[in-house]
Write a protein that binds this ligand. Structure first.
Ligand code: HEM
Length: 122
């Protein structure tokens, strides 16, 4: 059985580069300098859930397939345990999809403009 870590523990180990992908916790410290995308992209997201980034970014990002099978094999070797599902992530640890925020904002602005021109100006 693999070790379970709480979100709190993952956050405390952000300095050690710990990340969460799916239900698993990874310690990619030793791999950071050989990451083809550079160490910073992973380090900047340490302590967080990076599932979406892993599966959407990488050399196949334009095909929305994210990282290669090879990358997934490397990932497997970096696994240190699993996330304790009874623990709650802090707000900063959850992946907030910025695109969703952007699309919602644009739609909201369009709705207000529509309301102004067609309803309120009559
Ligand atoms: C421990 C987790 C990770 C591993 C093992 C890993 C591994 C790899 C590998 C082997 C490649 C080469 C291309 C491929 O095989 O798909 C790659 C490329 C890349 N990775 Fe990661 N990666 C990890 C996490 C991340 C994260 C969290 C991000 C973004 C936040 C990221 C962004 C990228 C990008 C942008 C490239 C493309 C670099 C280029 O070709 O210019 N990776 N990664």
């Amino acid at each position: 059985m693999s070790r379970k870590f709480t979100w709190q523990e993952v956050g405390d180990n952000a300095k050690n580069g710990w990340i969460v992908i799916g239900d698993s916790v990874y310690g990619p410290q030793g791999f950071l300098d050989s990451h083809p995308g550079g160490p910073a992209v992973i380090r900047n997201k340490a302590g967080k859930d990076v599932t979406r980034f892993f599966y959407e970014m990488g050399t196949k990002q334009y095909m929305k397939q994210g990282h290669s099978q090879n990358a997934q094999d490397i990932l497997k070797s970096l696994k240190i345990g699993e996330i304790d599902k009874n623990s709650q992530p802090a707000k900063w640890q959850v992946d907030s999809d910025q695109r969703l925020v952007a699309i919602t904002s644009v739609l909201l602005i369009l709705a207000i403009a529509f309301l102004y021109f067609y309803v309120l100006r009559k």
